[in-house]
Unconditional design. Structure first.
Length: 240
């Protein structure tokens, strides 16, 4: 799916992967589920691209539903995979802390589970090698992606701001569709290690002034980053 002249999305509102397309090549943000591999190849074809045009993959964090085809792309095609050092161990299969009890609605949970299974969620291959992406760093990749530390969902969660796309990619820093309840709109993401810290971290996004806020789960949001952050903060207050 083409969102803008510079951004494509594969997957859907349950699990999403983004491709930044520039004259210098393609940067991928997150790797979804293993079964998204075929969608990746198909989308590259519609873009007039091939895997040789992919210059790097950046993970917003190390959870399994964002790792999908990352190791395959790295191992078989030599594409470097970047992750914040705080999540490098998680991306390699390390343990993750337990989170608080989650609010759930059966239908939404079932949809998430069925989609995850259908897209190979049980076939996740953890990474064996990663490159580090640090807060404040601009990576030498297509779109000159800027790394913004977003700790809270996990210790090494990041957002990626791509000026040419007027977009900030937030992973699970926030969501616009809660996978466990089905509720739409900007709100805190589930399975967050430190919920209060995650909300506080979002303020770092506002300075980008980005129009597009692109989460790992939920519909793309083009109402501006300031409005998105305010909406998440309100949703967090209302849930207390």
């Amino acid at each position: 799916m083409k969102l803008t002249s510079a951004v494509h999305r594969i997957g859907n509102d349950i699990v999403a992967v983004y491709l930044v397309d520039t004259p210098e090549g393609v940067t991928i943000i997150d790797a979804g589920l293993a079964g998204h591999w075929k969608e990746l190849l198909a989308e590259l074809t519609t873009m007039g691209r091939t895997l040789s045009d992919v210059k790097g993959l950046i993970l917003t964090h190390g959870d399994s539903d964002h790792l999908g085809f990352a190791e395959r792309l790295r191992r078989d095609h030599g594409v470097p995979v970047y992750v914040h050092p705080g999540d490098a161990d998680r991306a390699k299969g390390g343990a993750k802390p337990a989170t608080a009890k989650q609010t759930m609605k059966p239908v939404a949970v079932l949809k998430f589970a069925v989609y995850t299974l259908r897209k190979g969620g049980l076939r996740t291959t953890h990474l064996t090698e990663v490159l580090e992406a640090h807060d404040g760093e601009t990576l030498d990749l297509p779109g000159t992606p800027q790394i913004i530390g977003l700790p809270g969902h996990s210790a090494g969660s990041i957002a990626i701001y791509v000026p040419v796309a007027d977009a900030v990619f937030v992973g699970d820093g926030l969501t616009t569709r809660h996978v466990l309840t089905g509720v739409d709109g900007p709100q805190p993401a589930p399975f967050t290690d430190e919920p209060e810290r995650a909300i506080a971290s979002l303020r770092a996004l506002v300075a980008t002034g980005a129009t597009w806020v692109l989460p790992g789960h939920g519909a793309p949001y083009n109402g501006g980053v300031q409005a998105a952050v305010v909406a998440v903060e309100k949703a967090a207050r209302d849930a207390r």
